[in-house]
Design a binder for this molecule. Structure first.
Ligand code: PEP
Ligand code: MN
Length: 285
């Protein structure tokens, strides 16, 4: 027997896996799902304002890191458990689902209400964490490691499926390139390849992929055209004061612009944008 991927392969489930994040909210179906919010939860006012913007733009999911995997130990490490509580309160107020990163399975007890548990790029091959999350029956967002091959990424997903958890969404977030003009290089070929090789939904994070606000909308549209199932985008109400990743955050207006520009691109590839019920009614009017 070879050590290659098995359970994640498309021929195991040709119709594709749909991951349910809440009532009427599925990733991997016809609807393209936008998840947006700040890199990190900073305080109550910031995440409350972000949630207002995310909901009123018609997005489905609020992001916000509480446990932050920072390159330097001297950088803001996130608010921890109180940050998760603030994220969930803000999301609940607007009936948004929430996504946040889990660094350590010891923190899972405090992440009960979180719809989608993120494994960050730095932890893609944290096999103990993957095994622990594989033992849950909860949706997991598996980011591609910054220097991981597509095979390594699929095998990391295989850990989750092999341990019994099929509710896995893959996320391309850029790989290390040679050019400091962008933070990483967005590998859209890997998105298409992962969609062809596996039955799992694949979304794109254009924020960490580029590190630059002005590149986020164009690359989001490219991801939609390439067949991604959704986006994970950083948006901060006041990016100049952000405690992390302010340079790549969309402003509220940027998020609204993105949500206006996505539908024609999605329409051209036979998809539609997931929008909240009030937004759908407003658009239909
Ligand atoms: C994040 O999404 O908050 C994050 C840290 O991203 P990545 O793991 O892709 O660097
Ligand atoms: Mn970030």
């Amino acid at each position: 027997m070879t050590g290659g991927p098995r359970l994640v392969l498309r021929d195991q489930k040709p119709q594709g896996t749909q991951v349910r994040l809440g009532p009427g909210l599925v990733v991997g179906g016809r609807a393209f799902v936008v998840m947006a919010g700040p890199c990190a939860v900073e305080d109550e006012a910031q995440i409350a304002e972000a949630a207002d913007v995310v909901a009123s733009a018609g997005c489905a999911v609020l992001r916000g890191g509480a446990f932050k995997p920072r390159t330097s130990p001297y950088s803001f490490q996130g608010l921890g458990a109180p940050g998760v509580r603030l994220l969930l309160e803000a999301a609940r107020r607007h009936r948004l689902a929430a996504v946040t990163e889990v660094l350590d399975d010891d923190d899972l007890a405090g992440l009960e209400g979180v719809a989608l548990l993120q494994v960050g790029a730095r932890n893609m091959q944290n096999f103990a964490l993957l095994k622990a999350l594989g033992g849950l029956r909860r949706p997991v967002l598996l980011k591609r490691g910054m220097a991981a091959t597509v095979d390594e990424w699929l095998l990391a997903a295989e850990y989750l499926l092999a341990a019994g958890n099929e509710q896995v969404i893959l996320c391309e977030r850029g790989v290390r390139g040679f050019d400091p003009s962008t933070r990483n290089t967005l590998d859209l070929a890997a998105v298409v390849l992962a969609k062809q090789r596996t039955h799992l939904p694949v979304i794109v994070d254009p924020s960490h992929a580029t590190g630059r606000t002005e590149l986020v909308i164009p690359l989001s549209l490219a991801a939609a055209a390439a067949g991604a199932d959704g986006l994970l985008v950083e948006m901060h109400p006041w990016p100049s004061t952000a405690l992390s990743d302010g340079d790549q955050a969309l402003l509220p207006d940027g998020l609204r612009e993105l949500m206006r520009k996505l539908p024609p691109v999605l329409g051209a590839v036979g998809r539609e944008l997931w929008r909240s019920e009030p937004m759908r009614r407003a658009v239909a009017r």
